[in-house]
Ligand binder design. Structure first.
Ligand SMILES: [Zn+2]
Ligand SMILES: [Zn+2]
Length: 53
């Protein structure tokens, strides 16, 4: 299974450099890399289009 950061589209190979969150609207799992999380890069839910900080 390939995980990609939804913000920068980086393919995540390590299990330690990303976070998983759930879309507050539809509950879809959203994956962000550590650097996007740290830099507060906005994300967008691939399913419902919700955008959040
Ligand atoms: Zn990223
Ligand atoms: Zn969603």
């Amino acid at each position: 299974m390939t995980l990609k950061c939804v913000s920068c589209n980086t393919v995540l190979v390590s299990e330690e450099n990303f976070v998983k969150i759930k879309c507050p609207v539809c509950g879809t799992e959203i994956v962000r890399c550590e650097s996007c999380r740290r830099n507060s890069v906005p994300y967008k839910c691939p399913k419902c289009g919700f955008e959040g900080p």
